[in-house]
Design a protein around this ligand. Structure first.
Ligand code: AMP
Ligand code: MG
Length: 284
């Protein structure tokens, strides 16, 4: 059995959010569709990272030739869910020339003066790029909803607006991969504790994380509404159990690979006479 065959079900099928799915039913410690265990992960991850890197570079190469298509990975999840780990261990395997990373934090005063999609539009991947949003426009229906940062009719109107926005993006050639990562409260506590114990991880810790943690029931509601209202045919959500980091990373790698494969890329052909150039080089 080759390593990729450890997947008994395609992550794209098994992790896709389906109407009626409930967040409270997610087994955050599970590894849906995967028949291996932690010991299988390192070798498989290396193998799949290579495949991702090859396809990503191919997308970049085509972009250099004017292909307008791009991929946008949207990462959402509570603190410690592992968004940073996906960026480092999955996307990080790619060629940085073709990766466009952007994290979205508390809006700056300038950003607040604009529509919430203003900063998002500015960060969209251009042709040939794999864009990564570490948090995204979805914060505007998550943290904003939980903390009443705008009136309910304002955030309430955003779900339809986001769907229309993403439709526009996909029609313009951006394949959107939306990943919602879920850890249990216990696992989050452990990870926050690890961050406090290790001076090398203090930079990842924010005292405010504990305040958000206390609001988990409200966040759960907001995440449920997000999944219910914005999982569309053109931009479905994938729900990724994330207590096992090795699993969430493998799963997101497969989601990216499948998306890149669906673009049916090939290496752009030479736009010069290869034979003639070889001849010229021989005597150069
Ligand atoms: P981190 O991802 O750990 O760097 O944290 C970024 C913080 O910025 C999180 O607490 C987010 O909830 C917050 N944030 C991101 N987008 C928004 C937004 N549109 N409005 C308010 N807070 C936001
Ligand atoms: Mg954080």
């Amino acid at each position: 059995m080759t390593l990729p065959e450890l997947w008994t079900h395609k992550p794209q099928k098994i992790l896709a959010f389906k109407a009626g799915d409930r967040i409270e039913d997610i087994d955050t410690n599970s590894s849906p569709g995967f028949d291996g265990d932690k010991d299988d992960a390192p070798e498989l991850q290396r193998d799949r990272n290579e495949r991702f890197a090859e396809l990503q570079e191919m997308l970049y190469a085509n972009g250099r030739r004017g292909d307008h298509r791009s991929v946008l990975l949207v990462l959402q999840g509570m603190d410690t869910a592992g968004k940073g780990g996906i960026v480092e261990h999955v996307v990080g395997a790619g060629n940085p020339m073709g990766i466009q990373y952007k994290s979205f934090g508390v809006p700056t005063p300038e950003e607040l003066q604009h529509h919430y999609l203003w900063r998002i539009r500015k960060a969209l991947p251009t042709g040939g790029q794999v864009g990564v949003f570490d948090r995204s426009h979805y914060e505007d229906v998550l943290v904003v909803r939980v903390h009443n940062l705008v009136a309910p009719d304002v955030w309430g109107a955003r779900y339809d607006e986001i769907n229309a926005f993403e439709k526009e993006l996909t029609e313009a050639g951006t394949s959107i991969v939306k990943v919602a990562m879920f850890v249990s409260l216990e696992e989050q506590k452990q990870r926050l504790s690890d961050r406090l114990e290790d001076p090398e991880k203090h930079w990842k810790y924010n005292p405010g994380d504990l305040d958000e943690r206390a609001l988990w029931p409200q966040y759960r509601e907001a995440y449920q509404a997000m999944l219910d209202k914005t999982s569309t045919d053109h931009a479905p959500w994938y729900v990724v159990p994330a207590d096992k980091k090795w699993y969430s990373r493998l799963a997101v790698t497969e989601l990216l690979i499948e998306t890149l494969k669906s673009l049916q890329l090939s290496w752009p052909p030479a736009d010069f006479d290869v034979k003639a150039e070889k001849k010229r080089l021989a005597t150069a």
